[in-house]
Ligand binder design. Structure first.
Ligand code: ADP
Length: 314
């Protein structure tokens, strides 16, 4: 039973903000229990809105959300008790101590006494903040503040942990140690959903991936499937002479677009020199060549752009 259960089910989720902006245009999403799922998309795609609704920080305009089978409209408390959230914005009380922040969150979930003390110590140790427990949050570095938010989200041992861009602005070394930690708790049974615009982060951590663009899910698949799609390269060649049928080439799929234009799909193991040699054998010469980007590639190009922009800021 457990293996079939969804950690998160989203049906036809819609959100229009008061200013008239429609951030979600009816999205469907299923994340299985135990999964490590990446929600990717460029800035403004709707990721934070979706997470805000799931964690009941934002009111939805339509649709349904279930967390481990608990509908947030009918049974919000049960739904919430399954969920830990690490938001994108640092929302710590910076004047409170590290220990207090995590202890207060335990209290919020009705966890007190010895159990609270054990949990606080456990998660502060695991996130390497135990020796900072008496310091005010304000004195922590950016990476430490983010780790503190993770410890706080874990203190009620949620079955589903959602992290909204957990490593944005975090330097590479800390990023990698956060990845290791997230892998560990996922292996121990916690379902994890993270949003990111680092493809590398999703690739390194996640088994499944949803891609959201302009309020719509445009891809929901295994990570490996999406990566394979991205490796495919489609070229459009303009030929020096007209032909009536596409030549058959070894290792390349060809399609005639019109008498002078040939579309060629190149697999990962083949190179362009080989393509030209084969075309020469058919007596065909190439005048010019361009890449035919599909929608997914275009999206990833935009993701790479925003990643570079983020990198420049660091
Ligand atoms: P992402 O997290 O993918 O960057 P968001 O969910 O933050 O995307 O934003 C989706 C769209 O909704 C954007 O166009 C954004 O400007 C808009 N938006 C987000 N929050 C609000 C708000 N409180 N009021 C009005 N528009 C909003």
């Amino acid at each position: 039973m457990r293996g079939h259960m969804n950690a998160l089910t989203i049906r036809n989720l819609q959100k229009t903000y008061r200013n008239g902006k429609t951030a979600l245009k009816g999205i469907d999403l299923n994340v299985a229990a135990g999964d490590f799922y990446a929600l990717l998309g460029p800035n403004g795609a709707g990721k934070t809105t979706a997470i805000g609704i799931v964690s009941s920080l934002v009111n939805k305009s339509g649709g349904e959300v279930e967390i481990f089978g608990h509908n947030i409209d009918d049974d919000l408390e049960s739904a919430k008790s399954c969920l830990g959230l690490v938001p994108q914005e640092i929302n710590l009380n910076l004047w409170d101590t590290v220990g207090n922040i995590v202890r207060n969150q335990a209290g919020y979930y009705g966890i007190g006494g010895k159990l609270a003390r054990q949990r606080v110590e456990k998660y502060l140790r695991e996130l390497r903040l135990w020796d900072r427990r008496d310091d005010v949050a304000r004195s922590l570095s950016g990476g430490m503040k983010r780790r503190l938010m993770i410890a706080r989200a874990l203190v009620n041992e949620p079955r589903l942990l959602i992290l909204d861009e957990p490593t944005a602005g975090v330097d590479i070394e800390i990023r990698r140690s956060m990845w290791d930690y997230l892998r560990e708790i996922n292996a121990a049974g916690t379902t994890i959903i993270l949003t990111t615009h680092y493809l590398e982060e999703a690739e390194s951590l996640c088994r499944n991936i949803g891609i959201i663009d302009d309020g719509r899910i445009i891809e929901d698949a295994k990570m490996s499937t999406v990566l394979r799609k991205l490796q495919k390269e489609v070229l459009v060649l303009t030929l020096s002479s007209e032909i009536s049928a596409a030549p058959r080439l070894e290792g390349f799929e060809t399609k005639l677009l019109n008498e002078g234009e040939l579309e060629v799909e190149k697999g990962p193991g083949h190179d362009i020199n080989d393509l030209f040699l084969q075309l020469n054998k058919h007596g065909l010469r190439v005048v010019s060549m361009r890449n035919k980007a599909n929608r997914l590639e275009e999206l990833f190009l935009r993701l790479v752009d925003s990643k570079q922009a983020a990198g420049e800021r660091e």
